[in-house]
Design a protein around this ligand. Structure first.
Ligand SMILES: C[S@@+](CC[C@H](N)C(=O)[O-])C[C@H]1O[C@@H](n2cnc3c(N)ncnc32)[C@H](O)[C@@H]1O
Length: 231
């Protein structure tokens, strides 16, 4: 998350109330930016690390067929779009807290996700992911819904959450709740705008395999993708 430069030529498209303040959709040339309480949340310009968030999970899963994936935080839809490029992916559940982000994803941001929200393999749940993972949500067989991979990008990272409530996704109880949503051999991935050795250690204390990827960005610290796999 970066503080917004007021000198930019970006034009405000919509300003709406959000879970903890307000969200703004802005347009700058061909691109869009989502601003949360005056701070940059996501834009349509790059997306390499957001794609890696799901690609690293797919790679770790190997040739498992009929994959069921959860994407946490829709944003502009780069992560979701990458999941849908994989033929082994049978279904993607997107959990997004902000109804306006979902509406933008069906509207002006649709081309950037490859119109992913119209893909029949996608269902969108408008909910707080932190509460959702702890809720008794059931699948078609009435058992708690579980996934081959949970790909999570709702914050700037485990140590820089966009709202205070999100912090509990990354603590011991949060990791236990996430783990309970994994199918055997499943994979958890987390996006972060900065390194977090403490979070990597917490993952290593609970998961058999943990990998940390760094992705260079034009300015500032590399983005980080944490990959944790059950055996
Ligand atoms: C940085 S964006 C995600 C970017 C996404 N990976 C992409 O490819 O565009 C973070 C998203 O998470 C959503 N979000 C934040 N907290 C959330 C929560 N507790 N539950 C669900 N969604 C949340 C935000 O509204 C935003 O759409």
């Amino acid at each position: 998350m970066y503080t917004i430069d007021p000198t930019t030529d970006a034009r405000e498209i919509e300003r709406v109330p959000a879970a903890d303040g307000e969200l703004v959709l802005r347009r700058a040339g061909e691109h869009y930016e989502i601003i949360s309480n005056g701070c940059f949340l996501m834009d349509t310009r790059a997306g390499e690390s957001e794609r890696l968030l799901v690609r690293s999970a797919l790679d770790a899963l190997g040739d498992v067929p009929a994959l069921r994936i959860l994407v946490g935080g829709l944003g502009v839809g780069f992560t979701l779009r990458e999941a849908l490029t994989e033929p082994r992916v049978a279904h993607v559940t997107v959990i997004e807290r902000e109804p306006h982000v979902v509406a933008w994803g069906r509207g002006p941001l649709a081309p950037f996700s490859g119109h992913a929200l119209t893909d029949p393999r996608v269902s969108v749940v408008t909910a707080d992911l932190v509460a959702w993972v702890r809720s008794p949500v059931t699948g078609p067989d009435a058992a708690p819904e579980r996934f081959h991979a949970l790909c999570l990008d709702i914050d700037n990272g485990p140590e820089w959450t966009v709202t205070d409530g999100n912090a509990s996704l990354y603590d011991d109880a949060g990791l236990d709740a996430l783990r309970a949503r994994l199918l055997p051999g499943g994979v958890l991935t987390f996006w972060s705008a900065s390194a977090s050795p403490a979070f990597a250690d917490r993952l290593r204390s609970r998961f058999a395999q943990v990998t940390v990827h760094r992705v260079a960005v034009p300015r500032g610290e590399p983005d980080v993708v944490f990959v944790a796999r059950e055996m």
